[in-house]
Write a protein that binds this ligand. Sequence first.
Ligand SMILES: NC(=O)c1ccc[n+]([C@@H]2O[C@H](COP(=O)([O-])OP(=O)(O)OC[C@H]3O[C@@H](n4cnc5c(N)ncnc54)[C@H](O)[C@@H]3O)[C@@H](O)[C@H]2O)c1
Length: 352
Amino acid sequence: MYKKISIAISGIGNRALPKNNKKAFWDGWLRQITKLKKFKLVAVHDVSNEKLKKILNLKLLKSSQVYTNFDKMLKKEKLDALLVCNPSKYHFSYIKKALDKNLNILVEKPVVNTFEEAKKLLKHKKNEKISVIQNWRTKDVGRILRKNILKGSIGNVEQIFFRYVRNREKTYYPNYIYKEKFPALYAMGIHHLDLFRYILNDEIVTVNGNFFKPKWSLYSSLTGFNLHLVTKKKTFINYTSTFSSLNSVNNQESIIINGSKGTMINESDWLEPPIFIQKKNNNKKKDLTYNIKNTSIKDQYNISDKIIITNFCNVILKKEKPICSYRDAFKTIKLIEYCKRACLLKKEIKIV
Ligand SMILES: NC(=O)c1ccc[n+]([C@@H]2O[C@H](COP(=O)([O-])OP(=O)(O)OC[C@H]3O[C@@H](n4cnc5c(N)ncnc54)[C@H](O)[C@@H]3O)[C@@H](O)[C@H]2O)c1
């Protein structure tokens, strides 16, 4: 029998333990970890005593196993792994300390907060011990799109049209949200740009674009962008996104993938099924996800999280490949940086 993996979590916020489980988009990492018998939760770290009290109330850990001091937790606990799900500005420093202790790390997107930090971590000798949480890869739609593209169901993929239109301008949101830099690019581009790379199994080599926002927006930074991206294999991706649409009736996400032998289409909020395929010279569309019963936002996040945590377990115990390694996640962070540069310079730039 395998020894259990001793794991600690840093950051007991919404992703780890949602405040209101009924309304949440996921069950969260704490439930995922405690359900999987191969992990043993041995410690939790958060700067908020209130959050740590919630853990104690659940009677999962003793008071000696919850920490407000990260260094103390690393010193006292015998850990094999760490799950990092605190705000991204802290990821870099915690990851470095955990790598010094030779821990296996699973970290929420974005793996680090800046391109500068990402470049430093790229030079770290132990960065192969990092797995990154990129949920759009492991939702059913992400996996089925990739499978069908790679097996040639729609021939050569030549054009992608991706539209993201969201109302994130609600006055009851906390004020700090409105100070975020290029919020749609950073908060959602990390999922969408990563999805393009993943489903195409290809890399984007040039990008052109521009930012925009309406006058009435509550954000200080630009909330919308248009990007034109070209991959190595010459797929043209047209990606438009905004957080500043006041309508709340449309689906947020829309993806049309045109190939030489057919088209795949998905309209959803957070990449839920269905995906339709329509073959060339055939007017009928077929639902590629007809047999998937659990299609809600929460079902799809839970499916995706379970795949990620199971993969992390197998990376440690069976030397399986991570679904998203550090080197892979680095390429998405780099792509976001180049998208930002292209939009600010308003010209096409090569990704080198
Ligand atoms: N995969 C996804 O789709 C997805 C969705 C939402 C958030 N996230 C990511 O998950 C991470 C956490 O997001 P969240 O929504 O749970 O945030 P949150 O604000 O709900 O929770 C963050 C938690 O971290 C704690 N914290 C703050 N500073 C800390 C520090 N220095 N050390 C340790 N803990 C600290 C806070 O007290 C809080 O409990 C972020 O990286 C975010 O980008 C990913």
